[in-house]
Design a binder for this molecule. Structure first.
Ligand code: IPD
Ligand code: CA
Ligand code: CA
Length: 268
């Protein structure tokens, strides 16, 4: 087996195992703790992350792991070599409230470039996979972004960051701008799935601010490999460490950027 196939096989194995662990806790009164006023962690997040760190340490002991629950504060920068970027549960608030919209999200970065992505939603049994240059797949079937050309024909999605109580005006006013222009705007509670849904054409566009690398690394590669466009909100080049992301089918990207620019100028 080539090393790339071994990495992809490991990435698939990891998210499928994550899904099994998630389901073993889901809906059974999982223990919850607070990391912030509205930012939760459950015993399932911790169990999934432990499984993942053990898996990578045993298979690739020289690879780095950047995962949400036990990351070092200085580890959210580009690293040389191999780095696995993992979110043990993306959609923890949904998970803790027995709402079946969550996944695990995993990307392999090689010298700062995203090469492999896997996201698994165990309640729908949907596995999203991509390799750089090899296309994007949903349960093994190639997937493509949508063909919507106008905002008025588009379903968009966003998420609210955990500091939303302090940044409400900014977050809600952009939400309101898009709601006044799109067919619909959704807010599902899992940035990784939001990006997968742009990649699979279920959504036409997604934006969010103040995200972490583990929320968006896998989804970003999936959107690109499905033929979509990904950038920062300003249109600058996408960067997993920048925190903000604009993803679309490509066709409505400029129109979304115009809405964001008008909103940003109004704030200044
Ligand atoms: C969160 C989800 C949510 C997004 C938040 C993220 P978590 O991740 O992706 O959709 O709006 O900004 O932090 O905490 O469930 O892993
Ligand atoms: Ca997350
Ligand atoms: Ca998480």
């Amino acid at each position: 087996m080539s090393s790339t196939s071994l990495f992809l096989a490991t990435a698939i194995e990891a998210v499928l195992r994550a899904g099994e662990i998630q389901l073993s806790y889901f809906g059974r009164g999982v223990r919850i703790e607070k990391k912030g006023v509205i930012d939760l962690v459950t015993e399932a997040d911790l169990a999934v992350e432990e499984m993942f760190r053990d898996l990578i340490n045993s298979r690739f002991p020289d690879h780095l792991v950047l995962a949400e629950e036990h990351h070092q504060t200085d580890s959210t920068v580009d690293e040389p070599g191999f780095r696995w970027i993992f979110d043990p549960i993306d959609g923890t608030t949904n998970f803790a409230h027995n709402l079946p919209i969550f996944c695990s999200s995993l990307a392999l970065e090689v010298s700062g470039r995203l090469e492999i992505a896997t996201v698994y939603d165990p309640t729908r049994r949907e596995l999203f996979t991509a390799e750089r240059g090899g296309g994007a797949f949903l349960n093994g079937i190639p997937m493509k972004v949508s063909l919507a050309e106008k905002l008025v024909d588009s379903v968009l999605c966003t998420g609210f960051p955990y500091d939303v109580h302090d940044t409400l005006d900014d977050v809600v006013s952009l939400f309101s701008q898009f709601t006044g222009k799109a067919r619909a705007v959704r807010r599902l509670g899992s940035a990784a799935l939001d990006l997968c849904y742009v990649a699979s054409g279920r959504l036409d566009g997604f934006w969010e601010q103040r995200l972490q690398p583990w929320d968006i690394a896998a989804g970003a590669l999936l959107v690109q490999e499905a033929g979509g466009r990904i950038s920062r909100l300003s249109g600058e080049e996408f960067n997993v460490h920048a925190g903000d992301v604009l993803a679309s089918n490509g066709l409505i990207h400029d129109a979304m950027m115009t809405v964001i620019k008008t909103h940003t100028e109004a704030l200044d």
